[in-house]
Design a protein around this ligand. Structure first.
Ligand SMILES: Nc1nc2c(ncn2[C@@H]2O[C@H](COP(=O)(O)OP(=O)(O)OP(=O)(O)O)[C@@H](O)[C@H]2O)c(=O)[nH]1
Ligand SMILES: [Mg+2]
Length: 367
């Protein structure tokens, strides 16, 4: 396709997003996963995408105080009370199997109310979480296989800001469209934050983003290194809970430090792209001194839309007629008669359309 991409970046449409994340798995790992996915594929229950999102009734516990989950270890959680006090707590047995996620509003008791898992002797003392309040929003992406239909990212956020660096790692518009789709599915506001703007010349107008600009998506260009573009973000953050997502190394944590130096998030040099080493290792809920909340997340390799409804697509691709969205596979993005300004958008539509229906990506992607 003859589009104007920056030197050194891939022009290959396949590279715009990253199903290749799967291709990097070791052979034995992929075989093991394939086998377990096959075992599950006949099991209807495994496909109940919402089963894992059901929360036990918090009714009996509403007299207990509430706090926000800010960091999750495996069986222990760090909470922040409404006055800002931190509190570490264990989880009651009834929450076993409930996937808690940062941003969850939890009811806790200062003394354990339930016997604890005997394996957790060190947590016998102290507070215990006994209930989760219903979530206002829940950001989730498609899971890697049917054992885990969804991967939860964050609860109770208002907006999703997807960060994309101008370079290192390369800008991948495909990930931005996926993030927009997830934001729509989860009822979150959506913005694109371009990071490391200082790494590209001012003459470089970032043509990769033209198709998204043409859709009127809000795109903000920033450089944490030069302090560029931060003021508008500070204003947008006031009173809002915002979750940042993006590839590893795009500068999410650096941006958070630039916006709120008191948070002092760990940042790190770029790992070789695709090695999966992330500097941030778990999502963290970070209330800001000036009001508002940021959620730092570990770098994503891909954002799967598997299992999301195709009815979201007309909002993501408003430039295409309804009949195209109903059956995009009937069209050829290379077909000049379609008169497409941005043929890669049709490719993206086709990719998302196919993926939404997929039961098990392993069976389609693996060798
Ligand atoms: N030149 C320049 N470098 C930046 C900018 N923002 C971040 N970086 C560099 O990019 C690298 C990665 O930054 P991080 O903030 O750790 O990236 P991250 O997105 O939090 O990465 P993960 O935690 O792995 O997901 C660091 O070496 C930063 O110094 C910027 O605005 N300009
Ligand atoms: Mg980070």
């Amino acid at each position: 396709m003859s589009r104007k991409f920056r030197l050194g970046q891939s022009r290959d449409a396949q590279d715009l997003d990253a199903p290749d994340a799967y291709a990097r798995e070791g052979k034995s790992q992929s075989k093991r996963r394939q086998r377990s996915a096959e075992r599950l594929v006949s099991d209807n229950e495994a496909h109940d995408a919402d089963a894992m999102l059901l929360l036990p009734d918090p009714g009996p516990w509403l007299h207990l105080p509430e706090a926000t989950l800010v960091w999750r270890h495996s069986q222990i959680v760090d909470l922040e009370l409404d006055d800002g006090t931190p509190l570490r707590a264990s989880l009651a047995g009834k929450l076993k199997g409930v996937k808690l996620v940062v941003g969850d509003r939890l009811r806790y008791s200062a003394v354990p109310l339930e016997p604890l898992d005997p394996g957790l002797a060190q947590a016998q003392e102290g507070a215990q979480v006994v209930a989760v309040m219903p979530r206002r929003t829940l950001l989730k992406r498609g899971g890697i296989d049917d054992r885990e239909p969804w991967q939860l990212i964050c609860a109770n956020a208002d907006e999703l800001w997807v960060c994309a660096a101008v370079v290192d790692p390369p800008l991948r518009p495909g990930l931005l469209e996926r993030a927009q789709t997830l934001a729509l599915a989860c009822g979150l506001g959506f913005r694109i934050i371009v990071t490391k703007r200082d790494r590209a010349s001012r003459q470089d107008l970032l043509p990769e983003l033209d198709p998204l600009r043409a859709q009127g998506l809000p795109i903000l260009e920033t450089s944490a290194a030069r302090g560029q573009g931060l003021e508008p973000l500070r204003e947008l953050l006031l009173g809002r809970k915002v979750v940042l997502v993006g590839h590893s190394g795009v500068g999410k944590s650096t941006l958070i430090n630039a916006l709120a130096p008191e948070l002092n998030q760990r940042t790190g040099p770029m790992s070789r792209y695709g090695t999966g080493r992330q500097t941030t290792t778990g999502a963290r809920w970070l209330p800001l001194a000036g009001g508002g909340t940021l959620v730092d997340t570990p770098g994503l390799r891909n954002l799967s839309v598997r299992g999301l409804p195709r009815t979201l697509l007309p909002q993501v691709f408003p430039e295409f007629p309804g009949s195209w969205i109903e059956d995009p596979m009937a069209l050829d993005p290379e077909d000049e008669a379609l008169g497409l300004d941005y043929p890669e958008r049709l490719l993206s539509l086709q990719r998302l359309w196919l993926e939404m229906e997929e039961r098990n990506p392993n069976q389609n992607i693996h060798r």
